[in-house]
Design a protein around this ligand. Structure first.
Ligand SMILES: Nc1ncnc2c1ncn2[C@@H]1O[C@H](COP(=O)(O)OP(=O)(O)OP(=O)(O)O)[C@@H](O)[C@H]1O
Length: 234
């Protein structure tokens, strides 16, 4: 489903090329739950941004569900992303002037053929599915960190993408909320979504079926048993 070949990202630092990612290649099958781990600065966020098309590789290709996203124009990429990827960020990135419900409706406004009423119903169902049935009218400033992240997950699911990319989704939460959010991702994986999650949290990483560790822009190891086909590192 996801195939990265020789993905390399070079930033010029002080006039010299700096390899944030250095020939990273791996393959993730559909419906897997993969953790990306590694020390600060190892390239995790850059990798996730390249997998989501937020950033482009300097060299290499990213193929997702048969589409080489490295070849899409910015306009094509935006359209493709709406239906194919849901993204969850550490800092939630909700729009403060919209209610939780309106935040979840927003991606459907750009992509979905549904009528206004259907979009509202779907957003309410999604919020209920993450435990926020009675909170949809709140504005983000009046929601807790855990509630904001639940909303961000509901928003990521709005257009029913097969792949969810999450960058430190528990990083701003206390351990109880982190554990609830992690359970939600586990449920999504059990229900057939492919999940790729960057995490610093060693306890969470141990609960993931597969992990890929980065060091200085290279894939160096995996914690769990990657021998089956879920994750193949070349
Ligand atoms: N736009 C940029 N220009 C120059 N260097 C950059 C740029 N973006 C990232 N880097 C560098 O690339 C390296 C990897 O950054 P990245 O954010 O991917 O790491 P990370 O593993 O996600 O770190 P953290 O866990 O702290 O979030 C870092 O050394 C960073 O300074």
């Amino acid at each position: 489903m996801i195939k990265l070949e020789n993905v390399t990202k070079i930033f010029p630092v002080g006039g010299e090329p700096y390899y944030t990612l250095d020939h990273v290649s791996f393959q993730i099958e559909k419906q897997e739950f993969i953790g990306i781990i590694g020390k600060s600065g190892s390239g995790k966020t850059t990798l996730l941004h390249i997998m989501s098309g937020i950033d482009t590789p300097s060299v290499g290709t990213v193929n997702i569900n048969g589409t080489d996203i490295s070849r899409l124009s910015p306009r094509e990429l935006t359209k493709w992303r709406l239906h194919n990827i849901g993204i969850v960020f550490q800092a939630f990135h909700l729009i403060p002037t919209l209610t939780l419900l309106e935040n979840v409706i927003l991606p459907m406004e750009f992509a979905s053929p549904f009528q206004k009423r259907q979009k509202k119903e779907r957003a309410k169902e999604l919020l209920a599915s993450v435990g926020l049935a009675d909170k949809w009218h709140l504005f983000p400033d009046h929601a807790s960190g855990g509630e904001k992240q639940r909303t961000a997950i509901a928003r990521a699911l709005a257009n029913d993408p097969p792949l969810i990319l999450a960058d430190e989704p528990t990083g701003n939460l206390d351990s109880e909320n982190a554990s609830h959010i992690f359970s939600l991702f586990q449920q999504l994986a059990a229900n057939g979504k492919t999940i790729v999650m960057v995490t610093h949290d060693g306890d969470l990483a141990k609960q993931m079926p597969h992990t890929l560790e980065l060091k200085d822009g290279h894939v160096i190891s995996s914690l769990a048993d990657n021998r089956d086909k879920g994750l193949r590192v070349q």
